[in-house]
Design a protein around this ligand. Structure first.
Ligand SMILES: *Cc1c(COP(=O)(O)O)cnc(C)c1O
Length: 199
């Protein structure tokens, strides 16, 4: 097609991935880390905000928070699952806590009923780091459909590989539009369409 980045195939992949996972929207990125950055921006995380995150994961689950001048607050893991200990989330919440990055590590879904209950009680946004968990389910429902948005990775080490790559997913229109603007320097138009560089 001559489109090496965001052509018809990339769009088809977004549409098919969203349908397969049960999300309204998906945005193809160059990495899972980029999808995590997109998630923080889409959730409006900024300077000084506290964001809860599991203490054991790939580094970018936490560094994406720092890169947006927010502060990662680590929550210890549960040794039976190696995932975040959902019983310890509440104690880590401060008046500055805006969101929680939940990581479904090694393909094992976190108990999202428990996470969403705490999040609703404290009005926290929930970002699912599903970079290692394509197709993983909690109570029969795929990860990446519980929180406000999610990040997947298609790096060579992951369950599904595109060389390098990632996917941001959400079911919320406003979150989708906020994320879409981050995709290419503030532009929302595909490079295959004529551009007028409004960035
Ligand atoms: C791999 C991974 C990432 C980052 O994905 P990249 O595509 O390598 O940037 C983030 N979180 C977790 C849990 C991962 O395993």
């Amino acid at each position: 097609s001559g489109m090496h980045t965001y052509g018809a195939n990339a769009r088809a992949f977004e549409t098919e991935f969203a349908a397969w996972n049960g999300n309204k929207h998906a945005i193809f990125t160059n990495s899972g880390t980029a999808a995590l950055h997109m998630a923080l921006v889409a959730c409006g995380i900024g300077a000084g905000d506290h964001v809860l995150v599991t203490s054991y994961s790939w580094s970018s689950s936490a560094t994406c928070i720092i890169h947006h001048n927010a502060i990662p607050i680590f929550v210890d893991i549960d040794f039976d699952t190696i995932n975040i200990d959902t019983a310890k989330i509440e104690a880590a919440i401060t008046p500055r806590t805006k969101a929680i990055v939940v990581v479904h590590l090694h393909g094992l879904a976190v108990n999202m009923d428990q996470v969403m209950a705490v999040a609703r009680r404290h009005k926290l946004l929930v970002i699912e780091d599903a970079c290692q968990a394509h197709g993983a389910r909690f109570n029969g429902r795929k990860v990446g459909t519980f929180g406000d948005c999610a990040a997947f990775s298609f790096n060579q080490n992951k369950c599904l590989c595109s060389g390098e790559g990632g996917m941001f997913t959400t079911n919320d229109e406003a979150t989708y539009m906020a994320a879409r603007q981050l995709w290419s320097f503030g532009e929302t138009r595909s490079p295959s369409e004529s551009r007028d560089y409004h960035a």
